[in-house]
Design a protein around this ligand. Structure first.
Ligand code: HEM
Length: 166
């Protein structure tokens, strides 16, 4: 009788041993995954407002972008606090390299988003070109952070509940 051999690396075996159930959740639904949509949409929305301001010159878009950039930053910080709690509290999340890659990309995004808001508050004349450049950079980092966050859920199964319901 042939014996089946597990060729999985011992490191992977150690990582997959630990629980990855969300610790900050409502009825099993991770609050972080529910809250990230707002900062993501607001970062991209701020880029849209900057482009409209560039094309039209209408100061309405400049004023609106102060609010969207500020909300993107504040809601991003709120989402990051919950994400950090997951990272620190759940051993299976903490032990995955992907979690830290996502966290570093997300913190970089927040630094850019905060600067983008600050520029609009203290130097509205600088929005073209500096605010626009920051909006482009923030959108790129939103993509990088979101990609790695999505990998945690869809590749690693972080926070997923496999329902027994049919
Ligand atoms: C240091 C800060 C952060 C940490 C430690 C962190 C950690 C995590 C963790 C552990 C997950 C897996 C789902 C869960 O357990 O809730 C996740 C998912 C995700 N995160 Fe973060 N996160 C941070 C900040 C952010 C920010 C600022 C954004 C975007 C604005 C973001 C976007 C996402 C996305 C898009 C997902 C996938 C959610 C889904 O597909 O449902 N994260 N993050």
């Amino acid at each position: 009788m042939s014996e089946t051999k597990d060729n999985t690396s011992p490191v992977i075996q150690e990582v997959t041993k630990h629980d990855i159930t969300s610790a900050v959740a409502v009825a099993g639904h991770p609050i972080h995954a529910m809250s990230v949509h707002f900062p993501i949409a607001l970062v991209i929305g701020t880029l849209g407002l900057d482009l409209l301001y560039w094309f039209s010159g209408d100061p309405f878009f400049l004023r609106a972008s102060v609010w969207s950039a500020g909300s993107a930053f504040i809601l991003g910080v709120a989402a990051a606090i919950v994400g950090t709690a997951e990272l620190l509290l759940v051993r299976g999340i903490r032990s995955r390299v992907g979690s830290w890659t996502h966290a570093v990309a997300a913190m970089t995004l927040l630094a850019i988003a905060g600067t983008n808001w600050g520029v609009r508050l203290v130097a509205p004349d600088e929005v073209l070109p500096h605010g626009l450049a920051l909006s482009v950079l923030a959108s790129i980092f939103t993509g990088i952070a979101g990609w790695h966050g999505g990998k945690l859920v869809f590749d690693h199964g972080v926070g997923l509940m496999v329902s027994p319901k049919k």
